[in-house]
Design a protein around this ligand. Sequence first.
Ligand code: THU
Length: 162
Amino acid sequence: MIEKKINTTYVIADFDEMSNNDQILINNAKRILDSAYSPYSGFSVGASVLLDNGKTIEGSNQENVAFPSGLCAERVALFYVGSEYPDSKIKTIAISALSHSFTIEDYISPCGACRQVMAEYEEKQNSKIRVLLHSPNGKVLISKSVEDLLPFVFKSPFLKKH
Ligand code: THU
């Protein structure tokens, strides 16, 4: 039996320490919170994706009375990118959250399904996607790649035929 460890590296920064581009992306994610449709959870999430062509694409969570039919903000934005800009590379995704029903004190961490989707695009484009998690306390958690947020990711080679 062997015990193994996985190390993850991430950076915590103050919003004010972030580059101008990162601040814009985080502000985009905050702005798009207004369009969240979250009557069931009362929890709004905004995501802003920066592409290598300089464009940014935003998404917010969209809920449904049939709960599983709704979609997280990250996947709303990422699937739009995949549809409209299939040849562009994603450089960074910024995520922010707001709730009038709950106190959000820390970074909102993307759910497993959203991490899996981000990991797919990271593999597809063969370059890392930075992830910025914005906390209402003004701090930002920066991850250099999705892989760091999803160890043991399910990857396409698992589906390779022999
Ligand atoms: N949600 C997101 O949009 N992104 C996440 O990473 C976590 C959760 C949404 C889904 C649902 O509309 C609400 O937040 C509460 O789970």
